[in-house]
Write a new protein. Structure first.
Length: 447
């Protein structure tokens, strides 16, 4: 006897619907750290199997409602027209589709939309500000309809008009409602430096359930994590910023120890932290060699007995030559693991919620090396039983120790390259971000 699909029970059909929905098997967050440049696998084609199953008949369509959809926006003009028509018709089918969206990718720029502004007989500044404001209103309204949205990727936005027209995005007002009520994960992967500076402060406070963040930290005060945490806490009347995952690339000048201090202070429940530097970070200046101090204080500069001498009368390419070996007695490369272990212990003691840590080391000394490789050392916490009979009667006492993973990953410098938040806008009217008040850069609309 042949068994058809409609002969199955309701529970079996629901189980089939769960497994044909590929988004159910994609974790949150699904983004990678800045150094892991895997191609994005999120696309709307993953919805096809679920849609085909629901198109079978009315019974299956009722048993298997739309959920966990993936939506990719690449044309803002069509999307804006869609939003405008939706406001007038209130189409229940369209609204049900948007409410079922779980992942959203915004990958559309403003070039096509800006082309239409040239026909508007208005001053250029007024036109641009009106355009940016209208885009922001439409975007927040669209996101507020996606009540099931849990993860958001921002690659390119129609708000990016930097270097093309003069605009003041700091005058954008946040709605009084949270237009991202269910959002748990957000990734800012745009290349524009200005967008990376101001977009996080416009989205993060509107997400009360935010737990995972990928962003770029510039050198402006409102891109710092304590500032973002303060904005979120002030809006939701909560003290703790609920961020558990933070992937951040650091540009500009700053101290690594200050970055760790800011993250530990503003993210008390942080569990997964990845800091990647793609630019120079100012640390303590290296101490000059001893000879530089001595020669600067010599009365007679021609006294050559203070200068370095040759170890051999004739140069020889013999690394194991006794004189050569004697000159490298202070080589500390064999102490690399112990040094990293000590650094990992300090970091995990200051951020107790972090359970795993990775430190990097390059095999190249000079920037001009053609093949630059990076080694990734992973450290994690481990419970270990130890015998302490002096202070307790128990034979076995558990204590936390930090161990290093014996498996070391190696990557090429070219594969790890990342340009998020590093591209300067095209030449155009510059905007002085220093005019923004550090305490009032976000204006909450109470009207």
């Amino acid at each position: 006897m042949k068994i058809s699909l409609l002969a199955l029970s309701d529970e079996t059909i629901k189980e089939i619907s769960y497994w044909v929905n590929h988004d159910n098997h994609v974790p949150i967050p699904s983004f990678n750290p800045h150094w892991a440049n895997f191609p994005m696998s999120i696309n709307s084609s993953k919805n096809q199997d679920q849609l085909h199953l629901r198109a079978t008949c009315r019974r299956i369509r009722q048993l298997c409602p739309l959920k966990n959809l993936t939506l990719v926006i690449r044309d803002w003009r069509k999307t804006r027209k869609w939003i405008f028509n939706l406001e007038g018709t209130k189409d229940p089918i369209t609204i049900s589709i948007l409410k079922a969206v779980r992942r959203l990718v915004i990958d559309c720029d403003s070039k096509e939309s800006l082309a239409s502004l040239s026909t508007i007989p208005m001053p250029i500044i007024t036109t641009t500000n009106a355009y940016v404001k209208s885009v922001w209103i439409a975007l927040t309204q669209f996101l507020s309809i996606c009540t099931g949205l849990e993860e958001l990727f921002i690659l390119k936005t129609p708000l990016c008009v930097h270097g093309q027209l003069d605009s003041e995005p700091r005058k954008l007002r946040m709605p009084i409602f949270d237009f991202l009520p269910q959002l748990k994960s957000i990734a800012f992967e745009m290349q524009c430096k200005e967008c990376s500076n101001y977009l996080p402060r416009m989205f993060i406070p509107a997400a009360p359930k935010i737990a995972h963040l990928k962003t770029t930290k510039g050198f402006k005060i409102f891109t710092s994590m304590p500032r973002l945490a303060k904005l979120w806490s002030r809006r939701h009347k909560k003290e703790k910023f609920p961020l558990k995952t933070l992937y951040v690339s650091v540009y500009g000048e700053g101290k690594p120890e200050q970055e760790l201090y800011d993250f530990s202070r503003s993210c008390p429940v942080l569990e997964d932290l990845s800091i990647t530097s793609y630019d120079r970070i100012c640390v303590r200046a290296p101490i000059r060699s001893t000879i530089s101090f001595i020669t600067a204080r010599l009365i007679i500069q021609e006294d050559t007995q203070w200068y370095y001498t040759w170890t051999s009368d004739s140069p020889r390419n013999r690394p194991l030559f006794p004189k050569t070996v004697d000159e490298w007695k202070n080589d500390t490369s064999f102490m690399l693991r112990n040094a990293m272990l000590g650094a990992a212990q300090i970091i995990m003691e200051n951020i107790p919620s972090v359970k795993q840590l990775a430190l990097w080391h390059t095999n190249c000394v000079y920037e001009e090396d053609s093949m630059k490789l990076w080694s990734r050392y992973t450290f994690y916490r481990q419970k270990q039983k130890s015998s302490e009979k002096e202070n307790t009667n128990e034979d076995d006492v558990e204590k936390l120790v930090i161990v290093i993973d014996p498996f070391i990953e190696t990557f090429t410098d070219e594969w790890m390259a990342n340009t998020d938040g590093k591209t300067h806008p095209n030449p155009g009217p510059a905007y002085d971000w220093e005019e923004v008040d550090s305490e009032d850069e976000i204006i909450f609309d109470d009207d």
